[in-house]
Design a protein. Structure first.
Length: 208
C-alpha cells in the first residue's frame, strides 16, 4: 500500500526543475495513475504543462483587467490559477503542484480545466459560497482515473480565498484529498492558491 500511495503521489502531475527538486509528488484535480516505474512517471510528467516554482504573488502579475469586479460578486469570472505546495510531506514548499483555468459562475458553481493529462479527467467541478465582503469558500470534486481509464476514486479540493479590492486577483489556502473507490484517503496535499483574472484584453504572455 505504501508503494502504491507513493506512486499515486508521484504521478499527480508535478514537474519541477530537476537540478533543484527531486520529483516526489504532485496534484492535479486529484491523482492520475497507479503504480509505475520512475522512468514512466517522468515521461508522463513531461507530457503535462511545464510547472515552475512560484516566484511572485498573483497580485503582482499582469492580467489586463481594467475594471474592478462588482462588490458582492468579485469572484465571478475567468481566472488563471496556481496551486502551490506548503506544508505537505514529500513536496517542497513553493512547488506548483497544479495550474489551469478556473471559471466561477454567478449561480454558485465552478469549473476547473487542470493541466493534468486529459486522459485522467482534467476537468472537475465545484460549488462556492460567499463568506465575507471579499471572501469565498469552494468545495470541489473530481473523478480520477489512470491513463488506462481505470478509476482511482474521487478527489476533493477545498479552497478559502480572498479577492483583492480591485477584483484582479485572489489568494488563499487549499487542500486536496484523493480517495480510492472505497473512500479510503490515499493522499493529502495542502498549500496556497493564487489566481489572476483573465479579461478580453489578456494576452498569452500575461499567463505564461
Amino acid at each position: 500500500m505504501k508503494n502504491k500511495i507513493r506512486a499515486i503521489v508521484i504521478t499527480f502531475g508535478m514537474l519541477m526543475v530537476a537540478s533543484v527538486f527531486a520529483v516526489n509528488a504532485g496534484a492535479q484535480c486529484g491523482a492520475s495513475d497507479g503504480p509505475m516505474t520512475s522512468n514512466t512517471a517522468t515521461a508522463l510528467l513531461l507530457r503535462s504543462a511545464p510547472l515552475k516554482a512560484s516566484t511572485a504573488p498573483a497580485s503582482a502579475q499582469t492580467t489586463g483587467a481594467s475594471q474592478p469586479a462588482p462588490v458582492g460578486a468579485a469572484v465571478v469570472g475567468f481566472w488563471h490559477v496556481k496551486f502551490i505546495s506548503k506544508g505537505t510531506t514529500g513536496i517542497p514548499d513553493g512547488a506548483v503542484v497544479d495550474m489551469g483555468f478556473s471559471q466561477w459562475h454567478s449561480d454558485g458553481t465552478e469549473i476547473l480545466n487542470s493541466s493534468r493529462p486529459p486522459a485522467t479527467s482534467n476537468f472537475c467541478l465545484g460549488v462556492w459560497e460567499k463568506t465575507g465582503p471579499f471572501e469565498y469558500k469552494l468545495n470541489h470534486f473530481a473523478l480520477s482515473s489512470d491513463l488506462s481509464g481505470n478509476m482511482i476514486g474521487p478527489a476533493n479540493i477545498r479552497e478559502d480565498v480572498t479577492v483583492d479590492v480591485h477584483g484582479k486577483s485572489y489568494s488563499g489556502t487549499f487542500s486536496i484529498d484523493q480517495y480510492d473507490t472505497s473512500g479510503n484517503r490515499l493522499v493529502h496535499i495542502t498549500g496556497e492558491v493564487k489566481a489572476t483574472r483573465i479579461t478580453v484584453d489578456t494576452k498569452i504572455s500575461d499567463i505564461l
